[in-house]
Design a protein around this ligand. Structure first.
Ligand code: SF4
Length: 609
């Protein structure tokens, strides 16, 4: 149905030519789900854009062919290409907020797709649009069809995007991270819907994602990309059971899971090479634990290791020595580091009957007209030197709980209940006592790009909190502490003189962790600290957080929706739904034998490898 042959895509930038995709070759059949996986910047989304002929203005295809049902779409005039886009090939984009037209009602956007690509018109098209909204799980579709996008949540907008793409009933669908912005239960629903449609229409599906668990449940075949090239392609079952490329093996070992609790995750050292250079050898060579002398000077080709399994690695090239025992052992943590008894330690933080309400405002003067209970009667404890994970779907109140404890809600919310840190109620403190308490609790946010001031050098970022919360620390001592901090989080000293934009996501998250540690807190609220990061970087950050807990005895309130991360890092778990705690207990107990129907449903919806 789709065949891409030796595709090369280049991008002109101010400074250099970027070879975003090189020698890409793949084919996808009718009714097949083909997953393209890899970490950010490896060329997955660029492949999808090339397939739709929607490359950015500075991008162009410089070699290769893209055949759709035998026609090379690179030769089609733009007028015919418009029929291909949406009609023969549908696409679900990654970012729903920028992909919907903000001044058009969502129903009109779906009807537009239906009328452009199917025979339905007028009332029949509208009825079909309502049907699609229903199928993608939008509640009250008859009413919501006339809403504008801004009235919908991120997850609902993503579902509308999916409805628009599917409404044209395409033969082939490209889904670029289609469920990344969604909660696990909605994700499960959307993935099931895509599977159903595929069965009904024998639709081909190119699934682009960094979530390997989603891939394992959806894909027939998988291609792993690295630095603009496909480096391994195989049937999904074969790929997950026996990955061959050293990078694929490392990536799977970097995933957090319950079975790895007593081990440090295997992080992949180094970073992806810039695609501005000419490669003389294997692109993974500088990071490869199995690199051989000739790897840096020989370009590896795709080599077949079985009928449908190909690998771009010289270990499998004809004449190479037999590959055996290639999986390095995972690093076990020393015995004293292993999780202490989840219930033994005494509490550091005790949250008792916490309720947080926000005023609902309306009218010309924006007067309060009612209250919204974001958190209701929540109680839990975080033990010294341990981690409590707060899990649940978005909007369930986990972040609000974290912000209330760190006192980041100011006067915008009404807070009741108590948060006792070492027996002192944080909500009753003021003046110097409050300042002292603030020093003891810090927060790390989800988005390392938005949470650092872009105009401050890293030294100033780290110094700011220290100066505010520990003004008695003198200049020299401050510098010494800050330098020790960057060492501690694994950054180089010259980091201090640079600006946040000069760093990758993982490095920025390390800076954010250093900022939190600067004032020697006893509790850190970690609000989805790894969800914006790639798997290998996530492994580095999780290892770092565990090491710091071991060295400094700091406690974490870990807010996340990633159950793999919870299994790996948390001693105890509290599950939240609609502002309340559904159940809580030791991690193994809650995840292994959940007591409530909600937790069971939540866990059932989590995709697993
Ligand atoms: Fe590692 Fe060499 Fe294979 Fe590249 S070609 S992945 S460096 S063994």
């Amino acid at each position: 149905m789709i065949a891409i042959e030796d595709l090369r895509v280049e991008l002109d930038t101010d400074t250099a030519l970027v070879r975003a995709i090189d020698a890409l070759r793949l084919s996808i059949g009718r009714g097949e789900t083909f997953a393209l996986v890899g970490e950010s910047g490896c060329g997955k989304s660029m492949t999808a854009l090339a397939l739709m002929r929607l490359l950015p203005e500075n991008g162009r295809v410089t070699a290769g062919r893209i055949l759709v049902a035998g026609d090379d779409i690179l030769d089609l005039p733009e007028s015919r290409m418009r029929g291909v886009r949406g009609g023969r090939i549908g696409m679900i984009f990654q970012e729903p907020s920028t992909s919907l037209n903000p001044v058009m009602r969502v129903g009109d956007q779906i009807v537009e797709a239906i009328e452009a690509h199917t025979p339905l018109r007028g009332a029949a098209a509208r009825a079909k649009a309502i049907d699609w909204l229903q199928r993608v799980g939008i509640p009250e579709p008859e009413r919501r069809i006339d809403d504008y996008p801004f009235r919908m949540s991120g997850g609902q907008k993503q579902r509308v995007m999916i409805a628009i793409a599917l409404a044209a009933e395409p033969d082939f669908l490209i889904a670029d991270e289609p469920t990344t912005a969604l909660d696990v239960t909605i994700q499960a629903q959307i993935l099931e819907l895509l599977k159903d449609l595929q069965r009904e229409h024998r639709m081909g599906l190119l699934l682009i994602t960094h979530d390997l668990a989603v891939v394992s449940g959806m894909a027939h075949r998988v291609a792993l990309m690295y630095a603009g090239q496909i480096i391994e392609v195989a049937p999904a079952a074969e790929f997950f059971a026996a990955p061959r490329h050293p990078y694929a093996r490392a990536l799977l070992r970097a995933l957090p899971a319950a079975g790895r609790r007593e081990q440090a995750l295997e992080a992949i050292a180094g970073t992806v090479p810039p695609l501005t250079q000419d490669f003389a050898g294997c692109r993974f060579a500088p990071r490869c634990p199995q690199a051989m002398v000739h790897c840096a000077g020989t370009l590896p080709d795709l080599t077949a290791v079985s009928a449908q399994h190909q690998v771009r690695c010289l270990l499998y090239a004809p004449g190479a020595p037999a590959v055996a025992g290639t999986a390095p052992a995972v690093v076990a943590l020393p015995a004293e580091v292993r999780a202490t008894g989840a219930t033994a330690a005494e509490p550091l933080l005790q949250v008792q009957d916490l309720s947080v309400r926000f005023p609902i405002r309306g009218g010309l003067l924006q007067r309060p007209r009612g209250w919204f209970d974001a958190v209701k009667d929540v109680s839990f404890e975080v033990a010294r030197g341990q981690t409590l994970a707060l899990v649940g779907e978005s909007g369930c109140g986990k972040t609000t709980t974290g912000k209330a404890i760190v006192q980041l809600l100011g006067r915008i919310a009404h807070i009741e209940g108590r948060a006792l840190l070492d027996g002192r109620n944080l909500f009753a403190l003021s003046g110097p006592d409050l300042l002292a308490a603030r020093r003891q609790i810090q927060i790390i946010f989800q988005d390392p790009f938005a949470s650092l001031n872009p105009r401050m050098r890293v030294f100033e970022v780290l110094e700011e909190g220290l100066a505010a919360l520990q003004p008695d620390v003198a200049g020299d001592e401050r510098r010494r502490r800050i330098e020790a901090l960057v060492d501690q989080v694994g950054l180089r000293r010259d980091t201090l003189d640079r600006f946040p934009h000069e760093f990758s996501g993982g490095q920025r998250q390390r800076i954010a962790i250093a900022r939190a540690l600067a004032v020697q807190p006893r509790l850190i609220v970690c609000d989805e600290p790894t969800s914006a990061l790639d798997v290998s970087v996530q492994a580095q950050i999780l290892n770092l957080l565990r090491d710091l807990q071991r060295e400094l005895g700091v406690s974490y309130l870990f807010i996340t929706h990633n159950i793999g991360v919870v299994e790996y890092i948390a001693d105890r778990v509290a599950v939240m739904q609609a502002g309340r705690i559904e159940e809580q207990g030791p991690t193994d107990q809650v995840l292994g034998a959940p007591a409530t129907a909600y937790t069971r449903a939540l866990l059932a919806a989590v995709p697993r490898l």
